[in-house]
Design a protein around this ligand. Structure first.
Ligand code: SF4
Length: 170
């Protein structure tokens, strides 16, 4: 298992955490996110680099995931216990931006926003800009490139770059 891409992944997490902290602070009056709210906690699928990096943190060692085929079943995340995340420190990137205004390019090449309906209820949505939203595409691209490198360096895992693995398999 190659440690360099894991290090790069953890660096990316640090960068994302800093940005999320800055954005949460900026929007603190409009965000009602708090411990005990689990509205965003679904069973997500994650790229192999996240799956194995989280697994390494949880178990200290990384074993090959079997089988390669995986279905992402809809439902509540299996790491949610009594409305709290039991892998909070290791949670994937998608969970770190929960509650923030998420900016992404839609299918018809228009910018779109994803916002929790508990947050920003009396906010003028036209005030969202690239400076006060979370740029999902930027971080998805960075993660995709790291994942590609990880897969290239770890052919023994038998992963492909478009594979998503259910968090439930951790
Ligand atoms: S990993 Fe934690 S934060 Fe992410 S969906 Fe599961 S319980 Fe929620």
């Amino acid at each position: 298992m190659n440690g360099k891409t894991f290090k790069d992944y953890y660096k990316l997490i640090d960068e994302i955490d800093l940005l999320c902290e800055r954005l949460s602070d900026k929007h603190k009056k409009q965000m009602v996110c708090k411990a005990g709210c689990d509205k965003c906690c679904e069973n997500y699928g994650v790229l192999p680099i996240e799956f194995y990096a989280i697994r390494a943190k949880m178990y200290g060692e990384v074993k090959r995931f079997e089988p390669a085929e995986d279905e992402i079943e809809e439902g509540i995340c299996s790491f949610l216990k009594e409305s709290m995340c039991t892998i909070y420190n290791y949670r994937p990137i998608i969970c770190r931006s929960h509650g923030l205004p998420l900016l992404f390019m839609g299918e018809d090449d228009n910018w779109e926003m994803s916002i929790c309906d508990l947050n920003f209820v009396d906010y003028d949505l036209s005030e969202f800009t690239e400076n006060n939203t979370f740029p999902m595409d930027t971080y998805n691209s960075k993660l995709f490139m790291l994942n590609r490198e990880f897969i290239k360096q770890n052919p023994q895992l038998g992963c492909d770059e478009y594979q998503f693995i259910s968090l439930r398999r951790l």
